[in-house]
Structure formats: structure tokens, C-alpha cells
Design a protein around this ligand. Structure first.
Ligand code: MG
Ligand code: MG
Length: 258
């Protein structure tokens, strides 16, 4: 069941989203070679609690941390570790969630560690563009298929793969609500988008083939061909007939070219 939110409820989510934006921007600025993924997790946890929020990933289905740290060929759900040291040229996807006054926010981005290859830079940039292409379609009258098709079209036009196993999702009081938001699809197909829907759109884009393996720890998801993967996510709300409001990117204004 899709739970539509009224403007008061969306205002609550906006507050949670604004805090998560600050957390992820701070982490992004602090990523350096020589840090461990645990350093980033501890920092995320500290920043979330300082904002009077609670990390929503911690203990979610037993997940042991407040941040997912997914390095290079890890697509998502990497578990932070004291022995996992970042080195120059790595890319790291930081996925974070928090709950503030009962409302969830979920967002992710991929950050270069020091100087990275041109290929890695391009993958990160195109993944972000895929998000914006997809999210722009999240409008009253369109369908979820329009979002997925826009992500897929852009990714594949650049020779990249779209991970199929994981999807975006509705979000609100719970981190994962209906519907599933696929990153591939057919325009006009699927659930019709309505005012009051709040969803997380989160393309996971890979350099090579989109098939993934699952880690022995029951969590991490990695590309089978060990090529790089990038992730970008925002929580957004359909508030009117226009492109959506990005709750985890306060002040973002849509440009014509999207
Ligand atoms: Mg996320
Ligand atoms: Mg999510």
C-alpha cells in the first residue's frame, strides 16, 4: 500500500532530509586517503545524533553500522571496518539514513578518494546525472516506468550497466515503504505517480555488467566482474504538478535541460 503524505507530514520529512544533507556533505568533504571506513561510520553516527536524530541503518535487519561504506566494486551495503583503509584512487559510496521526529530520510553519494581515474570520475558524474534524469520524471501523471526508463536510457547510452537486484522505494515513517522504484523500465508502465508520494530514487550504475554477487557477511553486494560501481540517492516528494522536491537536497532548483 502506498502511503501518501500531506503537507504537514512532508514538512517533517523535509526537516529530516535537511539534516541528512548536512551529514553527507560533511562526510564528503572529510573523505581522505588513509582513513578507515569505520572512521566515516563513527563520524556519521556522531553527526546524526548531534542533530537529535537516530541512525536508521544501525540494527536494521541486524546491520551493524550507521553508514554503508561501499568501496570500488561494492555496489551497496558495505560494512564499515577498522581494517578497511581508503587509498588514493578508490571510490566510495556513502549511503546513510536517519529518523528525526519519526520521519525517515535516506540518501547516498559516491565520493572519489584523492585523485581518481578519469573513468571513475565519469562513472560518478553519469550516476548523478542518471538520478536527476530519473527524478525529473517523478511527476503527477507520469509512472514509475518513466523514472526507470530515464535512468536506464542515460546509463546505457554511456555504455554502463544498471544494477537490477536493488531498487529505490517509498519512504516515510518507515525507511522502506511501497512502491519499489526500479532503475530500469518502460515509459508509461507501472504505478502512476500521485501528489503526496514520497520516494527514494537511487540508481546503482556499473562500469561493466550489471550482475552482482552477495558477500559472505550476508550484506555486501559486489559486481561479478569486479568493475566499479557508483550509487546516488535522494529522498523526494511529489508536492505539486512540477518535478519533485528533493528533501535530502534542500534548495535544489530544477533546470530546464533536465
Ligand atoms: Mg540509501
Ligand atoms: Mg534507499
Amino acid at each position: 500500500m502506498i502511503l501518501l503524505k500531506n503537507s504537514e507530514q512532508i514538512a517533517g520529512m523535509r526537516k529530516a532530509g535537511a539534516l541528512l544533507y548536512e551529514v553527507l556533505q560533511t562526510l564528503k568533504e572529510e573523505v581522505r586517503p588513509g582513513m578507515t571506513t569505520m572512521d566515516l561510520n563513527l563520524r556519521a553516527d556522531e553527526l546524526i545524533r548531534k542533530g537529535n536524530a537516530v541512525p536508521s541503518f544501525l540494527n536494521y535487519n541486524g546491520f551493524p553500522a550507521s553508514l554503508c561504506t561501499s568501496v570500488n566494486d561494492v555496489v551497496v551495503h558495505g560494512i564499515p571496518s577498522e581494517t578497511d583503509v581508503l587509498k588514493e584512487g578508490d571510490i566510495i559510496s556513502l549511503d546513510c539514513g536517519l529518523v528525526l521526529e519519526g520521519w525517515q530520510a535516506d540518501s547516498a553519494l559516491t565520493v572519489p578518494v584523492g585523485k581518481v581515474s578519469k573513468a571513475a570520475e565519469k562513472l560518478i558524474a553519469v550516476t548523478e546525472q542518471c538520478f536527476f534524469a530519473g527524478a525529473y520524471e517523478a511527476r503527477v501523471g507520469n509512472t514509475l516506468g518513466d523514472i526507470g526508463a530515464a535512468v536506464q536510457r542515460l546509463a546505457e547510452s554511456q555504455g554502463y550497466g544498471v544494477v537490477r537486484d536493488l531498487t529505490g522505494h517509498g519512504i516515510g515513517r518507515d525507511m522502506h515503504e511501497d512502491p519499489a522504484v526500479y532503475n530500469f523500465g518502460i515509459p508509461g508502465m507501472g504505478v502512476r505517480i500521485r501528489k503526496g508520494m514520497t520516494i527514494a530514487v537511487e540508481p546503482m550504475i556499473v562500469e561493466g555488467d550489471w550482475h552482482v554477487d552477495y558477500g559472505d557477511d550476508g550484506w555486501f553486494v559486489r559486481t561479478c566482474d569486479h568493475k566499479l560501481s557508483s550509487h546516488y540517492e535522494h529522498t523526494l516528494a511529489i508536492v505539486d504538478d512540477q518535478p519533485p522536491e528533493l528533501l535530502t537536497y534542500p534548495g535544489y532548483v530544477w533546470k530546464e535541460e533536465n
